[in-house]
Design a protein. Structure first.
Length: 278
């Protein structure tokens, strides 16, 4: 009698691993394309078990209500494919220097706006782009005597807007939290092209862990850098979200980018194999 392979024991192991949720590792070590590789945790997330499908209504509601840690390994190729399925243009770079060189060659002779982003500051994107663009509005560089509101308004309606994200889910969604709204607003409407630049540390296995990261990792660190928001509980106490009522709370809006916005020429995601920003 021929021997038939039964996948049931292996499937049972996969399901058990998928249901075993461990503490989130702030530096998710990704499985990189081609010959690049990391050794890391072998747990498999439920989203990976389901084929890495993008979030639907049910998973979105669950993710918002119950954001949670997930330290499953990150597969960069799956992440890129998921983003491309959602109509984002994606480029992957080994180093920040390579990414900046690409941006400098890609964005020339344009009206450029740069949103508040520690990642872009670390990469010195303003300095690189100012060599090939004469008209740059940077939220970090207001004109003399200019109010924050006026500077923020000048970032709207440009040819190109650059920012980052607080988290990117392997399933293809990006997450940003904003306290004032100017960064998110400019990334959603007004510019012909938007570039999201991020390091590998911001990639999570699914939407629930992306929202968790935005609220409990990125938000406290962003609060600490600002004089007013540094008095928020997440900045003064343990680094986590307290659902506070602080007047200087920076978590006033949660934005999930499911797909490229209509009527926008390009929404491009730049992934860098380095830890960058918050």
């Amino acid at each position: 009698m021929p021997h038939y392979y039964s996948p049931i024991p292996k499937l049972r192991l996969i399901i058990l691993n998928a249901l075993h949720i461990k503490r989130y590792n702030s530096i998710n070590k990704p499985i990189l394309p081609h010959h690049y590789s990391y050794s890391g945790n072998k747990n498999i997330s439920t989203n990976m078990l389901l084929g890495g499908l993008m979030a639907n209504t049910e998973t979105t509601i669950n993710a918002v209500i119950n954001p949670q840690i997930n330290d499953a390994p990150i597969d960069i190729e799956k992440t890129i494919k998921a983003l491309e399925r959602n109509k984002f243009v994606v480029h992957y770079f080994e180093t920040g220097a390579d990414a900046v060189a690409y941006l400098q060659s890609r964005i020339q002779h344009k009206q450029v706006a740069i949103g508040d982003s520690r990642t872009l500051l670390e990469l010195k994107v303003h300095d690189a782009l100012s060599k090939v663009n004469d008209d740059i509005t940077d939220i970090q560089r207001p004109l003399p005597g200019e109010s924050f509101r006026d500077t923020a308004l000048r970032t709207m309606g440009r040819d190109v807007f650059l920012t980052s994200v607080n988290a990117l889910a392997q399933t293809g969604e990006m997450v940003n939290i904003d306290g004032t709204g100017n960064r998110v607003a400019a990334s959603l409407f007004g510019s012909q092209e938007v570039f999201f630049v991020l390091g590998r540390n911001k990639i999570t296995p699914d939407l629930a862990s992306a929202i968790y990261r935005a609220r409990n990792v990125a938000a406290p660190l962003n609060s600490k850098k600002n004089k007013k928001s540094s008095l928020n509980p997440c900045a003064k106490l343990e680094e986590k979200c307290y659902d506070c009522g602080s007047p200087d709370r920076i978590c006033n809006a949660l934005t999930i980018y499911y797909k490229k916005m209509r009527n926008m020429q390009t929404m491009e995601v730049i992934i860098i194999n380095e830890d960058l920003g918050f």
